[in-house]
Design a protein around this ligand. Structure first.
Ligand code: PLP
Length: 395
């Protein structure tokens, strides 16, 4: 009789977004004319920029003609896109060979698939509060998880503890959910730890485009020593609004090897076995993001989200509420007022001012007492929500 992967029974049920939608549904059923102001969303709200749309249209047209038609694309990504991404890293002072860049259909897919490179006996260290997929993908594989909590005392930026031995290390900077960022010195500590222990860092750079502080690295490969211990997973979802279009990339340096195996070569073998590449049309659209015009257009969209962040940060500042994030990230992680737990605060905001955010407890136990505000909503809804928050919490 077939035995399923019983590790799945070790997954904790994730009620976070289900609970939120149930609570909103119950509230709107009882108050049908209520306007719900959503600061909980992790999805973008602005459309793709015009140069991406033009590139997508023109790629569709290519597919209509025998001489420009493309069938299967290379499994590791189209050379034009791998080269464009490597050149983009070059503008940040990171030298990559295009063969170190793998095109993917998004960071979520890669964060799960990349675990194929590691033995099931490896441990995975997850800094919490964390994006829930890090834990779940490893539980599914039966790996031991090392939960590394963080808090207000370290600004939600934990540093390595040499007494803890971890094989796979997740770093998300800027972080979802806290919006906190690792500076060069703190990332260097993790890089040194990983090189000394033979660990591999999985650096999730999904929100790098939101970084505005020059002291904050966009890529782990800006740190000396990272080429021998890190893999970077990135996505155009939040950078360029590709959440529904699907495109990302993963960087695996040729200098990264463990037990004599090149992880870059292993990933080539994996991709050529398990995918047939990302669609030509989408890769063409993605390449437009790395042009000068593309950079300018995506930064215009990001500036709308940043203005939302400024409105919310100003409100929290005026209320004297502690928070992190917002400046280099599309999320603001605020302390719940008066020692409230995060679900009670959620209920209060929904019932009293119809503002929806995300309870911190959903991102690991050390997220209790905190609340995530997203800046991806419309400017109008964000301003209304900020005014309502101010008058509610000033009372
Ligand atoms: N990593 C983090 C930290 C995220 O917050 C998200 C999406 O919200 C992802 C990865 C997934 O991104 P993608 O849309 O590329 O799958």
């Amino acid at each position: 009789m077939l035995k399923p992967n019983l590790n799945y029974s070790n997954l904790k049920d994730s009620y976070l977004f289900y609970n939120i939608s149930q609570k909103i549904a119950a509230f709107t059923a009882a108050h049908q004319s209520a306007e719900i102001l959503r600061l909980g969303i992790g999805d973008v709200s602005l459309p793709l920029c015009s140069c991406v749309i033009e590139a997508l249209h023109s790629a569709v047209e290519d597919q209509a003609h025998k001489d420009t038609f493309h069938g299967y694309m290379p499994e590791t990504g189209a050379p034009f896109l791998r080269e464009a991404i490597a050149a983009f890293y070059g503008t940040r002072g990171v030298s990559l060979d295009p063969s170190e860049v793998f095109v993917s259909s998004g960071a979520s897919d890669e964060l799960g698939d990349i675990l194929d490179l590691f033995d099931r006996g490896c441990s995975a260290l997850v800094m919490e509060p964390a994006y829930p997929a890090y834990v779940d993908a490893n539980v599914m594989a039966g790996r031991k998880i090392i939960h590394l909590p963080s808090g207000k005392e370290n600004g939600f930026i934990p540093l390595p503890d040499r007494d803890i031995k971890a094989d796979i290390i997740y770093i998300c900077s800027p972080s979802n959910p806290t919006g906190a960022v690792f500076d060069r010195a703190s990332l260097k500590k993790w890089v040194d730890y990983a090189n000394d222990n033979g660990s591999v860092i999985l650096f999730d750079a999904a929100y790098e485009a939101f970084i505005e502080d020059p002291a904050v690295p966009h890529s782990i490969f800006e740190i000396d020593g990272a080429r021998t211990c890190a893999i970077e997973i990135c996505s155009l979802s939040k950078t360029a609004g590709f959440t529904g279009t699907r495109l990302g990339y993963t960087v695996i340096p040729k200098d990264l090897s463990r037990s004599g195996q090149s992880l870059n070569a292993m990933w080539v073998r994996n991709r050529t076995t398990k995918t047939n590449g990302v669609s030509y049309i989408i890769q063409k659209g993605g390449a437009a993001v790395f042009t000068e015009r593309g950079r300018a257009e995506i930064m215009e969209n990001i500036s709308v989200y940043k203005k939302n962040a400024a409105v919310l940060m100003e409100t929290l500042d005026s209320l004297g509420i502690w928070y992190c994030g917002g400046k280099n990230a599309p999320y603001i992680w605020m302390e719940c007022p008066d020692g409230m737990d995060s679900w009670s605060f959620f209920d209060k905001l929904l019932n009293e001012i119809q503002v929806v955010g995300t309870p911190g407890a959903g991102f690991g136990s050390c997220g209790e007492g905190y609340f995530r505000l997203s800046t991806f909503g419309s400017p109008e809804a964000t301003k209304k929500a900020a005014l309502k928050l101010a008058s509610l919490l000033r009372k």
